[in-house]
Write a protein that binds this ligand. Structure first.
Ligand code: IYR
Length: 225
């Protein structure tokens, strides 16, 4: 039987000396360290072509068996944004009125969040990321996916990073529960909402919580042996 495997030459990794490696690694860190989860967006439009390029970047993420088990539902329609805000705020009100539990609500105090989510309508784009438990294979037949959450998490990380590199701000928003996104966006039940990314330019005078600026030092997040 013919193997399904075919090898092609590796491209894209030109040789680099260690000094250049370090300089690039530092630049990568500096570029990412300015990213903030933002909750105050400007209504300045963002061209769809910009979003499309960032989605292509997200789509390069590694995934289980290269099944790419993600769908990015991109919303700029004011009416759909309104529906999403309404449904999200209804869930969030229940959460902040007690469903979250005392401990969780106390942990969120430093972030200054509440049930009001005006940014869901102000920001030019909402990207609902869906995880596909199964998706069609090349022939269109349903096929099981593997490591779905891990894969979609990686693609979402790539997307946030691409949007940030382009100069856009994001909020990684997780209305809880967010099953309403399937209904509002007409996605099948084989897809689970993973995260709702809010994308746009910062509002003038936007602020962020001081608490979120503190990141763990290297010795708290890594070990070398
Ligand atoms: N989903 C709520 C609560 C919330 C939960 C976590 I974990 C956060 O890091 C921030 C908020 C909300 O969006 O307000």
């Amino acid at each position: 039987m013919d193997s399904a495997y075919e090898a092609v030459p590796l491209t894209g990794y030109e040789p680099v000396d260690d000094e250049t490696l370090l300089a690039r690694a530092e630049a990568a860190y500096q570029a990412l360290a300015t990213r903030r989860s933002l909750r105050a967006f400007s209504d300045r439009p963002v061209p769809r072509a910009v979003i499309e390029q960032c989605l292509l970047a997200a789509g390069t993420a590694p995934s289980g068996a290269n099944h790419q088990p993600w769908h990015f539902a991109c919303v700029s329609s004011p009416e759909l944004k309104r529906q999403i805000r309404e449904a999200a705020e209804a869930e969030e009100r229940a959460f902040y009125e007690g469903r979250g539990g005392e401990r969780w609500l106390r942990d969120l105090e430093k972030l200054g969040t509440d049930a009001d989510k005006p940014f869901l309508e102000t920001a030019p784009w909402l990207i609902a990321v869906f995880a596909q438990l199964q998706s069609p294979d090349e022939a269109g037949d349903p096929r099981k996916n593997y490591y779905v959450k891990e894969s979609v998490g990686l693609a979402t990380g790539f997307l946030i990073q691409a949007l940030h590199s382009a100069g856009l701000a994001t909020l990684t928003h997780t209305p809880n529960p967010m099953k309403f996104l399937n209904q509002v966006l007409g996605r099948p039940s084989s897809e689970r909402p993973f995260v709702l990314l809010v994308v746009g330019h910062p509002a003038e005078g936007a602020t962020v919580p001081r608490y979120a600026l503190t990141k763990k030092p290297l010795d708290a997040i890594a070990s070398f042996q």
